[in-house]
Design a protein around this ligand. Sequence first.
Ligand SMILES: [Zn+2]
Ligand SMILES: [Zn+2]
Length: 377
Amino acid sequence: MRDLYEILGVDKGASKDELKRAYRNIAKKYHPDRNPDNKEAEQKFKEAAEAYAALNDDNKRAKYDQFGHAGVGMGDMGGQGFDGMHFSMEDIFSQFGSIFGGRHPFEDIFGMGGGTTQSARSGYRKAKDLRVSLQLEFIDILNGTEKTIKIKRNETCKTCDGSGAKQGTHPTQCKQCNGSGQVRQVRQSFFGQSVVVTDCPLCHGSGEFIENPCSSCNGSGIRRETVSIKVKVPKGVENGNYMTLDRQGNKGGKGIQPGDLLVFFEEKPHEYFVRNGTDIILEAHIEIAQAVLGDSITVPTIDGKASLKIPKGMQSGQVLRMRGKGLPRLRSNYRGDQLIRIIVEIPTSLSKQEKNLYNELDKISGSKNPSFNKMEL
Ligand SMILES: [Zn+2]
Ligand SMILES: [Zn+2]
């Protein structure tokens, strides 16, 4: 058995915060949602949960420090399951609630994204999550915004209050499963008898029988409706970030938890500005005289016009940086920069006067030979 501190990658003297941080990192890395069907990851995930549970308990930690694995009931001889030290995946997921806070530890823009929700694993019935995408302009990303989105989702039928039964009547207990929603079937197989528990075929797991169905929802207890939902978008979000609105997805019938609403953010491309992380890239075309002599130009930024100094001797292709004129970083006061790539325009048609002046310049500057990085011809 591996040393518990080693499993979490911490020192013997690690504080509780350090333990928690270490465990959280390992749990994220080996989370089954990110490692589907990976037995090794699952093993590491479990191992870390067990190590954390033992070390986070002062009493157990002291015993472990003194007696090793046997002290916390994890010894090879110590018998499995003693003191609850061997965890099932369900145990670990229920433990997440307290460590990560919330039912969706990995499912929001501040986390890492994931697949199945914990609720599905803990076994309670939950209606389907909904996904929508929300288009954002740069200005929304700059300032954060509140948007109202319209979505179609299953709503509890108001006529029957989700029961599915006609007004004035009530659902009765399903006769086949006696209200439990589940039936046991004994199956004969080559290996002998086995008992299989399945959803009741008559009531589909609800445990209820509806004699007179509600006419608004045909007995389902739910209706499809369009609802408006306010979404508070924090500043600094990026393409692909998403937010989980708890219980704002489909509503289920009676006894079923509402699903969640996942709002994915989508950036509308800007006509001129190009986003690169928190920086914004823009091209500016200037004339030869401006590049040679230097100038001050007015440039658009996402929060209005700003002035930019062109130093004299500006080369075509060089980039000027306007600090703090980019986009904010999520959950931070940092703002990126605006990068202006300077393109010096070479005129393709000249007036007579301009042509004379260029000729004049040419005579003054002398040498006709191009330079090849000082290479001798
Ligand atoms: Zn109804
Ligand atoms: Zn039934």
